[in-house]
Every structure is written in C-alpha cells, then in structure tokens.
Design a protein around this ligand. Structure first.
Ligand SMILES: Cc1cc2nc3c(=O)[nH]c(=O)nc-3n(C[C@H](O)[C@H](O)[C@H](O)COP(=O)(O)OP(=O)(O)OC[C@H]3O[C@@H](n4cnc5c(N)ncnc54)[C@H](O)[C@@H]3O)c2cc1C
Length: 498
C-alpha cells in the first residue's frame, strides 16, 4: 500500500548512493550511452544552462559523502563504458601507446581490469574495491596503499571533459601525449589545453570541473602479487612507522588495528604485497584468500547483518570482536593476478559507512594513531560508544593534483569504518575528524566528513587552492556544476553570470 501510494504521488525519481545513506530527487536523470554519448553530454550541459539549473555526473554512487548530490540534472555514467582505441588517437610521435589505455570514464574498474587482463595489461595500483568508475575514483582522489604510488588520479595522462557552455576540452599536463596539430585538425571545435596547472586542477575535481567523458590512463604489463597478512601489536609496529621507512620496504604495505587495548596492547594486522612471477601449477591453498572469512562473507546479508546486529546489541563485546576479526583474516599465502589481490574482497559488502582522513608522514601520523586510541577509549568510558570496525592505515605517495588529499606530501590515510547501526558512530567520527585536522589532516572527498566553508578552512588545507579555483572559474564559468556539496565546503563557483 505504502509503495503504491508513493508511486502514485511521486513525480520525481529518487536517486540513492550505493549504501543508501545519501539520496536526492534530481529534476531529471539522464543515462547516456553508445557512440553518441559525448554529444549527448554536451546537450545536457547546454540544456541545464539554458534552464538555469545545475548538473552533476555520478559514477557508481560509492561515495558515502554528499559529493554526488544534486538538485538539478543527474547524469548516470555507467553507459560510458567503452574501452576506446588509443591507437586511433592523434598522439605525439614517440609516445608509447602500448602502455596507455583510452577509456570512457563511466567504466567500472572491474570491467576495465578484465579488459586490460585480456591484453596482458593492468593498472599499477587501485584501492581495495573495484565497483567504482574511472571518473569516480579520480574525482575524489581514491587511492590504494604503497609509497611508490600516488592516488589513481596520478596514473591519468589526459582527460576529455565537457565544461561550461558545453565546450569539449582535452586537458593534459605540459608534455601531454596528444599531438596538437593533429588534434586540432581532427576536432576544430574542441579545446586542447596542455598545461600542468589546468591538469592538476581538473583531475581531482569532485564533479565540479565538468563531466569527464573519457581518460587516457597509464598501465603496465599484467603482474602477479603475493599477499601476506601478519598479526602484530601497536607497540611492535610503531618504531618502524616513526622511522618512516617501513612502509617503503614493500610494494604495498598497510595496517589494520584495534583501537582498544586488550592484554596491554592494541592488536594490529600488517598486510604486505609483493610482485611475484606467475605461479606455475599453483596449489589450491595459494590462490585463495583466507577461506574462513571469505566463505563467511560470501553471504554478506547474513554475516554483515549479524556483525551489525551484535555491534548494536552488545556494544561492550566490540573490543573482543575486533581482535577476533583481525585473528580470522591473518593469512600467509595468497597469490593471484594483481587486481584480484588488491581487491580486499567481501569486506566491501559489509553494511558500514566510513570517514577517511589523510595526515602527513612526518611524525604527526604516529601521533594521529595515538589520538584515535585515546578518543576511542574516552568515548567507550564516558558514553559506552564504540568504534565497531578495525581502523585501516594506508600509505600513499605525494600527488601533484591540487585538491588531492595527498597533495604535496606523502600521506598516511586513516580509514575509520563503522558498522551501520553503531550507536553514536557519527559522533565518534566527528571527534576523530577534529583531532586529525589539528594534525594537518585532510578528509577524503568521497567519505563521510563535516568540513564546511567557514574560516577559510579548505584553503588553509590546500596550498594550491587558488590555482584550483582559477581553473574551476573557467570550467564551471556558469556555475552549472555547483552542488549542495560544493556549497557546504565553500568551493562553489559564483552562479550564472548573466
Ligand atoms: C565499499 C567501498 C570501498 C571503497 N574503497 C576505497 C578505497 O580503497 N580507497 C579509497 O580511496 N576510497 C575508497 N572508497 C571510496 C570511493 O572509492 C570513492 O568515493 C569514489 O569516488 C567512488 O567512485 P564512484 O564511481 O562510485 O563515484 P561516485 O561516488 O558516484 O562519485 C564520486 C564523485 O565523482 C564525480 N563523478 C563521477 N563520475 C563523474 C564524471 N563522469 N564526470 C565528472 N565527475 C564525476 C561525482 O560527481 C562525485 O563528485 C570506497 C567506497 C566504498 C563504498
């Protein structure tokens, strides 16, 4: 009955993000696909400007923050999923096309990985999941772990973007791969911008820099990784982190820790991944991740709900449950094709939400962990509020992208996941956030955060903010890519120049 009534009286189609913690009623929803899709994007932007409303592209809706919301037109991009022919692009002579892929930007990483695999190629790195789109991950500076790698945005060489006025831009660094003469002859109506400042501004654009239609991405030969997950404690890993060099010893290095001290210390799980030769006749045990949690997690509805339910029902069991979880996922034998190992698997399906904050690796990163332990303990003691998931520490190389959380500094990303029904979960995330901002923290744009435009806060976090705004003022000259998010964080372009 309720559903019928809603059908009858609802005139707008609701859009929700994947975890359904964000929703919006856009004026219209578009779903371009096929060979006409770039022209369709141009028409959508022009129509929005004509109607004096806004437009926002969304990828897979895997952001927990409000970064996808719009009160105007919403453009779904999963139809932009073709891998295009890089060989047919007008590139400079000498550019090594064998390690470049040209793809529409709404393709999910998992589809791209499969296409690359078939050609013996692979992304050099990715985050722990593969359901996001190419444009989605670059727009929020999504990252994996390993100090040889910046965020995924740093593997982009060229972006095709529909900006304000419906202008199609190709934006690249100074020495971008495209040959200007050949490009301009082929596309006289488009604009080729080869300029580091433009590129570093546009690439992490949070949907404010136009609609990304396609990208040229650097890839490498297909490779295999061996993952090892070893139990440890905070007091054992801390000296190596303080020295700053331990995360550099392996291609990929990351940590999970229990914020609650049990038996005098905080349990940690150290994960490392190294390239290995393709296993020949690999044994069954070596090519599967620890089966216990994978089997349990393969029924995510049941397992996830049970964990979520226990966190809500018996919060005081949380510290013990977190130790149990870390014990259960320790594993010393998992070898597979790189992208399968980088995807952390069924943990992505848990009913959860998350905040993630990047702090510089300069000593403040260790202080940050100790502040988190202190805050978690204080909230447990005073308000029976618990942190209901292990906390993750990942290490990312400094990025040139102006609005990347890793801009200008090697960064430790602290991911603060909470099970959906955690009582006081957002309250705890808010406390961490404040403490970590005081240590130079910057919030992940796609994850829960409460940053606002007050006190010039965003500008104080990002030294090249003015440059970003300068380019933003051109790509978003009419304000057509403004959104509730850009308004909240105070980065909105002035709206609709008459
Ligand atoms: C289960 C899970 C695991 C995750 N793992 C990681 C991780 O390991 N590392 C990490 O850093 N983050 C991680 N995240 C966060 C996630 O990667 C980011 O929020 C990412 O931006 C989501 O990509 P999406 O394709 O879903 O984009 P959306 O969430 O749909 O959009 C994100 C932003 O990109 C913009 N956008 C999307 N498409 C376009 C386009 N074509 N043109 C212009 N703008 C566009 C949107 O407007 C929005 O501002 C995870 C999230 C989830 C839910």
């Amino acid at each position: 009955m309720g559903v019928q009534l809603r059908r009858k009286f609802t005139t707008r189609t609701r859009w929700r993000n994947e975890t359904a913690n964000q929703g919006t009623d856009p004026l219209r929803i578009y779903d371009p696909s096929g060979s006409d899709s770039l022209d369709e994007l141009v028409r959508i932007v022009r129509r929005a400007e004509k109607e004096r409303c806004t437009v926002r592209a969304v990828g897979s809706g895997h952001s927990w923050s409000d970064v996808t919301l719009t009160g105007g037109f919403l453009v779904k991009t999963h139809g932009l999923n073709r891998v295009l022919d890089v060989g047919a692009e007008p590139l400079r002579e000498g550019v090594d096309k064998r390690h470049l892929v040209y793809t529409e930007a709404g393709i999910r990483l998992r589809e791209l990985n499969r296409a690359l695999d078939q050609n013996n190629l692979a992304l050099s790195n990715m985050g722990g999941y593969d359901a996001q789109t190419v444009a989605g991950v670059i727009s929020t500076s999504t990252h994996g772990s390993g100090l040889d790698f910046g965020p995924i945005a740093d593997s982009i060489r060229s972006l095709d973007v529909v900006g304000s006025g419906g202008t199609v831009y190709r934006i690249e660094p100074d020495r971008g791969p495209t040959d200007r003469g050949a490009y301009e002859a082929r596309h006289p109506e488009r604009k080729l911008v080869q300029d580091d400042r433009w590129f570093n501004a546009a690439v992490v654009g949070m949907g404010c820099m136009g609609i990304v239609y396609a990208a040229i991405v650097t890839v490498e030969r297909k490779y295999w990784l061996k993952e090892v997950r070893t139990l440890s404690t905070w007091s054992q890993v801390k000296p190596g982190l303080l020295a700053g060099d331990v995360p550099r010893h392996k291609r990929h290095y990351e940590l999970l820790f229990n914020p609650y001290r049990r038996n005098g210390d905080n349990r940690c799980l150290v994960t490392t991944r190294e390239k290995v030769p393709q296993p020949s006749g690999a044994g069954w045990a070596e090519t599967h991740r620890n089966l216990l949690p994978e089997i349990a997690g393969s029924v995510p509805f049941i397992t996830g709900r049970v964990l979520d339910f226990l966190a809500g029902l018996r919060p005081s069991w949380t510290p013990g449950m977190l130790d149990w979880t870390l014990n259960a996922i320790a594993d010393d034998e998992y070898t597979d094709i790189g992208y399968r190992v980088l995807n952390i698997g069924t943990a992505n399906l848990l009913p959860a939400y998350s905040a993630e904050i990047g702090v510089p690796i300069d000593g403040r990163h260790v202080e940050a962990v100790e502040r988190i332990i202190e805050i978690a303990e204080r909230h447990r003691r005073l308000g029976s509020i618990y942190h209901t998931s292990p906390i993750s520490l990942r290490f990312v190389k400094a990025s040139p992208a102006f609005m990347s959380m890793m801009h200008g500094r090697d960064t430790m990303m602290i991911e603060l996941i909470q099970m959906t029904h955690t009582e006081g979960g957002f309250e705890l995330l808010g406390e961490y956030e404040e403490a970590l901002y005081a240590l130079g923290g910057r919030p992940h744009w796609g994850q829960v955060n409460t940053l606002t435009g007050s006190h010039g806060f965003v500008e104080s976090m990002y030294p090249r903010y003015r440059d970003w705004q300068d380019v933003h003022g051109k790509l978003n000259a009419s304000g057509v890519f403004n959104s509730p998010f850009s308004k909240r964080v105070g980065i909105m372009a002035s709206r609709f120049v008459p």
